[in-house]
Design a protein around this ligand. Structure first.
Ligand code: NAD
Length: 270
């Protein structure tokens, strides 16, 4: 029998084995991640309990607000610096997804996250579609010069509150997509293609309320894929899912991978 984790309740363990079965049968698995996959790395989500929007008003953090005044940018840089520009490490959920890739079970990851942790977990960049950019980079809105985030962190830590571009004095902005800003179209198109051509779509750690990202599981289901949702709270797509696993991604994903490995071993032994 697959290895059991002591802390996981029996009902959830049964769902984990069913999820492993589905992954085992799948030919094209798309993993779709949201902020919830990274909370166990120490990065707060937006809408979960204690999330960023329980402390700040999202309307204060639109693209339009950011470009409209230096005072707004200063506020924004404080949050970016403290939440998204620290060094974080992949947690067991990221590592389990990377293991799915090593086992040859992963078509691609589509992520709403900007934290670079899927790359850091060892999944190659060409299998990762970042719908909302990546805040490991900072970009000048005038001349397009890109800076590694570490350089800007140093300038912020040295007392610059709204650091300008060193080449043209233009406005610098973290290279993540803000509310009110368009998604990178070529990445969105690739993500739609993979969602419409997968046979299994697994949502991990997302409320599924931010569009257009939240359309992707709908496209996948409409095209005939099965849906698994791993999330701590309800989502609008729960009733469309074959399996909903309620709990921590950092516990559930490693357990799915353990169970999958047992299945793969017994298949090889036959
Ligand atoms: P969200 O905050 O709306 O939802 C996160 C969901 O994950 C919630 O339902 C929460 O209950 C669940 N969750 C939290 N911790 C979990 C865990 N350990 N295991 C399982 N589920 C867990 O986030 P979203 O749906 O990704 O959408 C919001 C936007 O947030 C995206 O646009 C994304 O760009 C941005 N964001 C990114 C990061 C990051 O890069 N790490 C962090 C915050 C927000």
């Amino acid at each position: 029998m697959p290895k059991e984790s002591q802390s996981i309740p029996d009902e959830l363990t049964a769902l984990i084995h069913r999820a492993a079965d589905m992954v085992c049968r799948s030919q094209r698995l798309v993993v779709f991640t949201g902020a919830g996959v990274s909370t166990e790395s120490g990065i707060p989500d937006f809408r979960g309990p204690g999330g960023i929007w329980s402390r700040y008003d999202p309307d204060e953090f639109t693209y339009q607000k950011f470009v409209s005044s230096s005072a707004n940018r200063k506020k924004h840089w404080v949050i970016s610096r403290n939440m998204f520009m620290k060094e974080y490490e992949p947690n067991p959920a990221h590592l389990a997804i990377a293991e799915l890739d090593r086992l040859g079970r992963l078509d691609c990851i589509v992520t709403q996250n900007v934290d670079n942790l899927h790359q850091k977990s060892g999944v190659s960049q060409e299998k990762i579609y970042e719908l909302h950019g990546n805040t490991r980079w900072v970009k000048c809105l005038s001349c397009g010069r890109r800076y590694p985030a570490a350089e800007i962190v140093q300038r912020l830590d040295n007392g610059e509150e709204d650091p300008p571009c060193l080449s043209c004095k233009g406005i610098l902005k973290p290279d993540g997509v803000f509310f009110g800003e368009a998604l990178p179209q070529h990445i969105l198109q690739e993500a739609i293609f993979h969602s419409q051509h997968c046979d299994l779509f697994m949502v991990i750690g997302s409320t599924l309320v931010v569009y257009p990202a939240a359309y992707l599981p709908i496209y996948a289901v409409d095209a005939g894929a099965s849906l698994i949702i791993v999330n701590m709270t309800d989502t609008p797509m729960d009733s469309n899912a074959q399996l909903v696993l309620r709990g921590k991604a950092g516990e559930i994903l490693p357990a799915i991978v353990d169970s999958l490995k047992t299945r793969l071993r017994s298949r090889n032994d036959e």
